[in-house]
Design a protein around this ligand. Structure first.
Ligand code: PRE
Length: 270
């Protein structure tokens, strides 16, 4: 079965949701961008000299940026009288990292008639994504150290986190497609709340291998240092190790996407 992650055919490109394959480009580009800065841990230390007693600078920037994204369209609606549009987190593809800090949301034109089954639509694994990103992913490809560029570092982290979150939560759409294709296969495992059986049903090792090979290649193409050919050894050099990108997918991005799929399916008959 061709799935949204296995190809980028015309049918997928016509869908209202942007293609998960092109989303890979955003993830790879955002990781490459993040390489410009060292870890800059002080940006995430609560109560450090930068942030005083108000939590870390990083958390503050992420919370406030999300709040702006959430209200920006309402401001436009009020000021310019344009008809109601959805703000960022009313789009079912977007999930905030700090939902509790968002201003109240209006009723969204996008949420109505969403493709997702309502009980599963609100699954939000961003807390897990955030801790994995800082604890496991960043140390794989970012050098330790502190260059003081905290705000650009946090902005770069937020871009990576958002692109990873969109991709991982896209698992809800994939699970819905799989369920609609073969409800008779999924329903017994859903009723039995059998996570292992669901995991087995939705897994395609060949697709996973293809995804890992594709992101490795993207890291090579997008992240190759460009020279004018006077390199002594003529060996290509990459901004981020392509094998690390493939590993990030194999060890975290794909497994988390699968957990989202299982959690979604478990709610599919509620
Ligand atoms: O393409 C699919 O069928 C998916 O479910 C997506 C995905 C992935 O995250 O890339 C996850 C599970 C499958 O084993 C293969 C790939």
């Amino acid at each position: 079965m061709a799935t949204p992650f296995s190809n980028n055919n015309k049918k997928n490109r016509r869908q209202r949701h942007s293609s998960p394959v092109s989303r890979e480009d955003t993830i790879v580009f955002s990781l490459i961008e993040r390489v410009r800065f060292p870890l800059n841990r002080p940006a995430y230390v609560a109560g450090s000299a930068v942030s005083g007693s108000c939590g870390s600078l990083g958390e503050f920037v992420i919370r406030e940026t999300e709040a702006v994204y959430a209200k920006v369209l309402d401001v436009y609606v009020n000021c310019y009288g344009i008809s109601r549009m959805a703000s960022r987190y009313e789009n079912p593809e977007e999930l905030p990292f700090f939902p509790e800090s968002l201003p109240p949301q209006g009723s969204s034109p996008l949420k109505n008639g969403t493709f997702l089954y309502p009980a599963g639509a609100s699954i939000n694994m961003n807390n897990n994504i955030r801790s994995l990103y800082f604890e496991k992913l960043l140390p794989l490809f970012i050098v330790g150290g502190d260059d003081g560029n905290y705000v650009p570092t946090v902005q770069s982290d937020l871009a990576s986190l958002q692109s990873l979150s969109r991709r991982i939560h896209y698992g809800r759409f994939v699970a819905e497609v799989k369920y609609r294709d073969a409800p008779q296969d999924y329903e017994p495992a859903i009723r039995a709340k059998d996570r292992n059986a669901l995991m087995k049903l939705l897994t395609s090792e060949s697709v996973e291998e293809m995804v890992k090979r594709r992101v490795k290649k993207k890291a090579m193409v997008f992240g190759q240092n460009v020279t004018l050919g006077d390199d002594k050894d003529n060996k290509p050099r990459y901004k981020i190790d392509p094998l690390v990108v493939s590993r990030i997918y194999g060890e975290w991005v794909i497994p988390l996407t699968k957990i989202v799929q299982v959690e979604y399916l478990l709610r599919r008959l509620d």
